[in-house]
Design a protein around this ligand. Structure first.
Ligand SMILES: Nc1nc2c(ncn2[C@@H]2O[C@H](COP(=O)(O)OP(=O)(O)O)[C@@H](O)[C@H]2O)c(=O)[nH]1
Ligand SMILES: [Mg+2]
Length: 335
């Protein structure tokens, strides 16, 4: 399923940007052997996730302002010279909008994997390597502390400069170049804009749905930046993706059941090679029985929260989001 999604994506025109050089990491045979074993585990995980989620109540989140945004954004996209597409580095596939390619067409674009601090070096390497193999490099960024924004800024300006070279050739006066920031809710778009501008122009908050309108801001003397509210498909057809958005706090809390999502997160964590059952048992001093996430959450509820599964589930989700099981991605590239 993922593979198909990427093929569409890659048929679009991607711009090549910085990123770590994969060759710095993959050298020895032993490490590639290890890598291939880990990759196998990840493939299994995707299949498992599909089965775990299919019986759940579907997760859907489409607040009213998103439909309006989508319409406005499509209009604004026509004006943009460069589009900066931001995704959550923990789930680069699940934060890729299925319609983005058709909206952007041949427009110049930069792919940013934000929240780079929330994934491991191995995750980062896997994604850098994957995009490099596809002929696509990405900017890894941290909207909170500004890593990667210098590179992003340089790149946006360089790409934008081409616009005025063309205008001059046609005898037209130069004009401010427009760059738009687009992406799913809560991936760090406003934070990145603020970092680029080196001041807080756009409200950023730790919950999805804070930016409600499109906002142009001046960036340097010849660039304008557009911050936009997050967009998300009206129906998320891939429920594994929807669950991962919930785990990463990228969609509204009211759209999912904490206990369901936490139970699946527990199962995922036990299977992620760098976390495993031990990490959960050590943290909560509870046995993981037969990989069952529901039982685990319920035991935690009895242990700490007077039997309240919801609170226990919220604790597990929050701990994951705070990196208490280590900083890890929930997705690895398709092979
Ligand atoms: N750890 C971490 N947090 C980030 C990063 N970028 C943004 N955030 C936080 O994520 C939350 C959502 O950011 P915001 O910019 O409002 O996202 P937007 O909805 O895409 O505009 C805020 O609490 C930010 O401080 C990042 O790279 N790393
Ligand atoms: Mg925002």
């Amino acid at each position: 399923m993922h593979r198909a999604k990427m093929a569409v994506q890659l048929s679009g025109q991607w711009l090549i940007v910085g990123g770590k050089t994969p060759s710095l990491y993959v050298n020895e045979n032993s490490s590639s052997l290890y890598e291939s074993r880990v990759e196998n585990d990840w493939v299994d995980l995707d299949t498992d996730l599909y089965h775990w989620t299919k019986s759940l109540r579907p997760v859907q989140w489409y607040p009213g302002h998103i439909a309006k945004t989508e319409k406005e954004l499509k209009e604004q996209l026509k004006l943009m010279d460069v589009v900066i597409e931001v995704r959550d580095a923990r789930i680069p596939m699940s934060t890729s909008h299925p319609q983005m390619d058709s909206w952007l067409g041949n427009r110049k674009r930069i792919l940013v994997l934000n929240r780079e601090d929330m994934i491991s070096t191995a995750d980062r390497h896997a994604w850098a390597d994957y995009f490099a193999r596809q002929g696509t490099k990405v900017v890894f960024a941290n909207g909170q502390f500004g890593m990667g924004t210098m590179k992003l800024s340089r790149l946006a300006k360089a790409l934008a400069a081409g616009v005025n070279v063309k205008r001059r050739a046609k005898g037209l006066l130069p004009r401010a170049v427009r760059a738009g920031i687009v992406g799913y809710p809560n991936v760090g778009k406003s934070s990145l804009v603020n970092r680029l501008l080196k001041r807080r122009m756009c409200p950023a908050a730790p919950r999805p749905g804070v930016t409600r309108e499109l906002k142009w801001v001046r960036f340097g003397k010849d660039l304008e930046l557009l911050d936009s509210p997050g967009i998300i498909p009206m129906r998320i057809s891939d429920q594994s993706a929807a669950i991962k958005l919930a785990m990463c706090d990228d969609i509204g809390e009211r759209s999912y059941d904490f206990a369901d999502v936490a139970a699946i997160l527990v199962r995922m964590l036990t299977k992620i090679p760098s976390v495993g059952i031990e990490a959960l048992q050590n943290r909560y001093k509870i046995d993981v029985e037969g990989h069952c996430g529901k039982i685990f959450v319920h035991k935690l509820a009895l242990h700490l929260f007077n039997g309240d599964d919801n609170q226990a589930a919220f604790r597990v989700l929050t701990d994951f989001r705070k990196g208490k099981f280590g900083w890890i991605a929930l997705e690895r590239p398709p092979r």
